[in-house]
Design a protein around this ligand. Sequence first.
Ligand SMILES: Nc1ncnc2c1ncn2[C@@H]1O[C@H](COP(=O)(O)OP(=O)(O)O)[C@@H](O)[C@H]1O
Ligand SMILES: Nc1ccn([C@@H]2O[C@H](COP(=O)(O)OP(=O)(O)O)[C@@H](O)[C@H]2O)c(=O)n1
Length: 208
Amino acid sequence: MRLSGFTVAIDGPAASGKGTISKAVARHFGFAHLDTGLLYRAVGAKVLDGQAAQAAAEALVPGDLEDDRLRSPEVAQAASRVAAVPEVRAALVDFQRSFATRAGGAVLDGRDIGTVICPDAQVKLFVTAHADVRARRRFDELLGKGIETTFEEVLADVQARDARDMGRADAPLKPAKDAVQIDTSEMEIAVAVEAAVSLIKAKMAGSA
Ligand SMILES: Nc1ncnc2c1ncn2[C@@H]1O[C@H](COP(=O)(O)OP(=O)(O)O)[C@@H](O)[C@H]1O
Ligand SMILES: Nc1ccn([C@@H]2O[C@H](COP(=O)(O)OP(=O)(O)O)[C@@H](O)[C@H]2O)c(=O)n1
């Protein structure tokens, strides 16, 4: 089985479940996992602190991804704004591509992994769910973290980011032509993870 350079690309809109599936897949196969949304969130947080977006992206260091604040709705909005800036995206490409090719296999989740960052990934998934289902899940998650918000605010955040992410000129959110789509609207986490694991096993067997 050829694991060196085996890359799994998982894309999808906000709170679709791509991070949950990615973490489970990484655990199952012993792959390294990169949540690429954190890169854009870290740049967004720096812009909220007054820095220029491109300079912040170019100076990003791994420690910047540790900040608890990155999961807040304000930072999510800032992330999707900086994510539309081509110079910001360009500054983050090399790090993501070198992560993707590390020995032992890698799973990356984001918006443009299968289309732009890793067009040759062995496995591509596009995870979706209805916007109101995604907003409900994210709302529950934020409540659990003690972040004060309303369902309506979370739904508006998710819809605004989806529109911005799909509408931008550079690396818009869309399924790669060869991506397998999973709609998790009415799917339990364990079932979604099993679908991803089965697909990856089939691809591994095919490329052994
Ligand atoms: N299939 C599912 N059913 C129910 N809840 C889910 C499912 N997938 C993910 N979740 C929950 O929804 C929230 C968002 O999932 P997450 O994986 O973080 O999404 P994303 O990475 O796409 O933003 C989390 O609280 C997660 O536990
Ligand atoms: N590969 C990626 C990952 C995230 N992003 C941007 O970063 C924002 C935050 O991404 P995220 O994956 O952390 O967001 P959630 O899906 O977890 O809500 C998104 O709304 C996108 O604008 C991107 O443009 N490209």
